[in-house]
Design a protein around this ligand. Structure first.
Ligand code: FES
Ligand code: FES
Length: 160
């Protein structure tokens, strides 16, 4: 066991863990941040997506010892001062989920996409999210939610 310090959702957390465990396992099992989902465990589905210094990564493919000083943001860390971010709000407003299992990963990846490209075309959204799978095949609703998030972010000039 090693003690590892992680900056998660703005707070410094210390975990005693085997260094080769995945960031996903540590987030869910040690830090109880269960919004980040375990889907395939093999880097194929995107349900475990989190931000590392703002970049969307698959947390099942990152060992906790690799994180270093980078900031981890999970779906729980996207809301600010109790307000959902525009992507979260759009998913809720439009009910763009069925079982919801893929939703946190979709929301996190879409947030990263809109931060780098605030006005994406439908095709750019499709391409930006193509590595995130929805087993319920709710892609049309997901696409609509992200387009709605663009409107919310632009209209209210809200941070993502
Ligand atoms: S659980 Fe990480 S990509 Fe599927
Ligand atoms: S809503 Fe069920 S996996 Fe996407």
């Amino acid at each position: 066991m090693t003690e590892i310090e992680l900056r998660v959702n703005g707070s410094l957390r210390t975990v005693a863990t085997q260094p080769d465990r995945s960031l996903l396992a540590v987030l869910r099992e040690d830090l109880r941040l269960t919004g980040t989902k375990y889907g395939c465990g093999e880097g194929e589905c995107g349900s475990c997506t989190v931000l590392l210094d703002g970049e969307a990564v698959r947390s099942c493919q990152v060992s906790v010892s690799e994180v270093g000083s980078r900031s981890v943001t999970t779906v729980e860390g996207l809301a600010k001062d109790g307000r959902l971010n525009p992507v979260q709000q759009a998913f809720v407003e439009l009910g763009s989920f069925q079982c919801g299992y893929c939703t946190p990963g979709m929301v996190v990846r879409a947030t990263a996409l809109l931060r780098s490209n605030p006005m994406p075309s439908r095709e750019e959204i499709r391409r930006g999210l193509e590595g995130n799978l929805c087993r319920c095949c709710g892609y049309a609703g997901i696409l609509r939610a992200i387009e709605r998030a663009v409107e919310l972010a632009q209209g209210a000039r809200r941070d993502l």
